[in-house]
Design a protein around this ligand. Sequence first.
Ligand code: PAF
Length: 280
Amino acid sequence: MQTITTIKEMSGRLEAFRPEKRIGFVPTMGWLHEGHLRLLKTAKSLSDVTVLSIYVNPSQFGPGEDYSLYPRDVERDHRLAEEAGADFIFLPPDEEMYPPGYQTWVSVDELTRHLCGASRPGHFRGVTTVVTKLFNIVRPHLAVFGQKDAQQALVIKRMVYDLNIDVDIVMAPTVREKDGLAVSSRNKNLTPDQRRAAPLIYQALQKCSKSIQQGNRDCARLKKMVRDMITDNPLLQIDYVECVDLDRMQPLRHISASALIAVAVRTGTVRLVDNIIVDI
Ligand code: PAF
């Protein structure tokens, strides 16, 4: 595995593989966990050369969010990425990604109006900008994103379509701890009590899924059920519970086709997201 820190070297090294080899890409913000390793595994199974980037992108964090608390450990990440078989690890410093005078942004409109787009203003503009930059540097044939951040994956899918960026976006299933909590770098910042409370999020989503299977299609009732179950634990505060369609990510009143039930919860300084996709 080769570690590269400059844009020039990253683009140059990959030129040697094009056009014969398929380049798979997994963008991350580091503190690698089983979820990232699964994304890498998916990328490896679909490509010949895999690149994993690690960059804690400041532009996707709002004022007062956890940019400075976001866990970082380059040596550990390096070891895990190597063990998982990445061919290249791209670790650009801020000066490479946002040099002085930087002033260009990419944003996706409708799909970012609700869910995390509403509760974290500016977040998706930062994500779509950095992902566009990374796509321009790596020029992958495919990129893999996790379903845990389903809105992010769908926004990026829309972005590459709208901007004619020639990359296939693959959404891989959420990886969960044994108790159902979605694996996330942010789980590291949970206190033992918060960690014990957190599995309630997925339990509430499972209850919701069961209720949909039993014929409940009313989003207000479904959202209340999820909300009530989570807020039963005083350590968990709801940021949002929403039920949206998968094409436009607009809130639904009734479920009549496939839908995303998405939840964001705050506990102390940590914000956790999770979701299920229902297909009826
Ligand atoms: O999902 C993430 O880790 C980040 O949002 C991403 C896609 C690496 C962009 O910074």
